[in-house]
Design a protein around this ligand. Structure first.
Ligand SMILES: *Cc1c(COP(=O)(O)O)cnc(C)c1O
Length: 427
């Protein structure tokens, strides 16, 4: 078999940057990505046979570990009956019922094929339902690669956004307004100024794409109240947090009811799946029930539904999220103690089975703090861990994910490698 390096050289000729999604390319940390041949439980094996303890978990879906036999079996059974029908199938109903049972704010849902599709559809719906043009998002939150989200705060007029990618028209970016996460005042002011033009506010209730940042006490409630007061829809993007920070997602963990929710990652059990849903009255605006258009050739695919349903069965095991939380604490507390022992400025965040590692002396609560953490130290830590067979996300701004396959011995192995990595940082 070819080496990682040989494959990457070939890949560079075939795909932009050698990858099908940017962060896989290791540009943030330096070096070249490894090519995975096989995954099982907490492990990935690359094409050279090297084994890694994996805290990326396919960027979120693998909350029971890789290649779980129950998910594999469900997929194997489903494919016996064909790969795609293009007609309704009963598994879609079981999926919609399961989602509504686990996330009760979702009375009616629509399946799509990625998180990106879910968020793009949700903001179209918010605009269609309210008849208003503006969307509010937060600096550092990621909602997929839809045009409306590739926007940062403009330097001039407060309300007008600036595209963060060529190809996003300024006219469109102007309709996306950006707020600093965890800033109560800024949100109040924006709604006071432009509340009547805001169709919806979309937020990662626990941001996991600026590393992992916890909402301040009462912050999500504050956003809920502002949206209610000004007739804007509150959209929780739970593509990452859904079924992860708690069985019912961040909305269950913090006791907030959004108007719309977007899902992805875990809901597909490792297959390309997303979903959005919410209040019946709002969702009834989606075609063919209502006038807001949204469609998908492969949406509700029977094989993908089988994988997702098997996964959602597994996450309902009694004590599942409490145990994941306990393991996350074991890991983050363990890392903290090791860093403290070496006198390295280091801090962690965590909610449920999501965590963040920061080389910083501050308690991290904002995007500015998250991005001010020492990236050079992170990159050296990442490389040392990788060399020792532990794979954290290859960028300082990504959250880490715990899985049910990461038992105490895996965490102990991780901490053993981290002891070496932290010691190396002092040299
Ligand atoms: C991953 C992610 C998305 C995008 O999902 P894709 O399936 O990659 O399109 C959207 N929102 C959040 C919060 C995510 O973490």
């Amino acid at each position: 078999m070819s080496s990682n390096h040989e494959l990457f050289q070939r890949a560079l000729q075939l795909m932009p940057g050698g990858v099908n999604s940017p962060v896989r390319a290791f540009n943030a940390v330096g070096g070249e990505p490894f090519f995975t041949h096989r995954a099982d439980g907490p492990y990935l094996w690359d094409v050279e046979g090297k084994r890694y303890i994996d805290y990326v978990g396919s960027w979120g879906p693998m909350i029971v570990g890789h290649n779980h036999p129950a998910v594999r079996k469900a997929v194997a059974e489903a494919i016996e009956n064909g790969l795609s029908f293009g007609t309704p199938c009963a598994a879609e109903l079981t999926m919609a019922e399961t989602i509504s049972k686990l996330v009760p704010s979702i009375e009616v849902s629509r399946m799509v094929n990625s998180g990106t599709e879910a968020t793009m559809s949700a903001i179209r719906l918010a605009r269609g339902f309210t008849g208003r043009p503006r969307i509010v998002k937060f600096e550092g939150c990621y909602h997929g690669h839809g045009d409306a989200f590739l926007v940062k705060a403009g330097s001039g007029a407060l309300t007008q956004g600036t595209p963060t990618s060529p190809g996003v028209p300024k006219a469109l970016a102007d309709l996306t307004m950006t707020l600093p996460f965890n800033d109560f005042e800024a949100a109040s002011k924006m709604f006071e100024d432009t509340g009547s033009e805001i169709a919806g506010l979309i937020v990662e209730p626990v941001p996991g794409n600026m590393n992992c940042v916890q909402p301040r006490e009462g912050y999500l409630q504050h956003l809920r109240e502002l949206c209610t007061q000004h007739g804007a829809l509150l959209i929780f993007d739970e593509v990452m947090t859904g079924f992860r920070v708690a069985l019912g997602g961040a909305q269950a963990h913090y006791g907030i009811t959004p108007d719309l929710t977007t899902l992805g990652k875990i809901v597909g059990g490792g297959m390309p799946v997303g979903a959005y849903g919410g209040k019946r009255e709002i969702m009834q605006q989606i075609s063919p029930a209502g006038p807001v258009y949204q469609a998908g050739t492969l949406s509700g695919n029977p094989v993908a539904m089988a994988a997702g349903l098997a996964m959602l069965e597994l996450v309902q095991a009694p004590g599942f999220h409490a145990e994941l939380t306990r393991r996350t604490i074991l890991l983050t507390d363990g890392l903290q103690a090791l860093a403290d022992g070496e006198g390295i400025d280091f801090t962690t965040t965590r909610v449920g089975a999501m965590f963040g590692l920061f080389f910083s002396s501050e308690k991290i609560e904002t995007y500015a703090q998250a991005t001010a953490a020492d990236r050079t130290l992170f990159n050296r830590f990442f490389q040392s861990m990788l060399k020792q067979g532990v794979f954290f996300a290859p960028a300082a701004y990504e959250a880490g994910f715990m899985s049910m396959a990461h038992d105490e011995s895996i965490i102990a192995d991780t901490l053993r490698a981290a002891r070496t990595a932290f010691a190396e940082l002092r040299q």
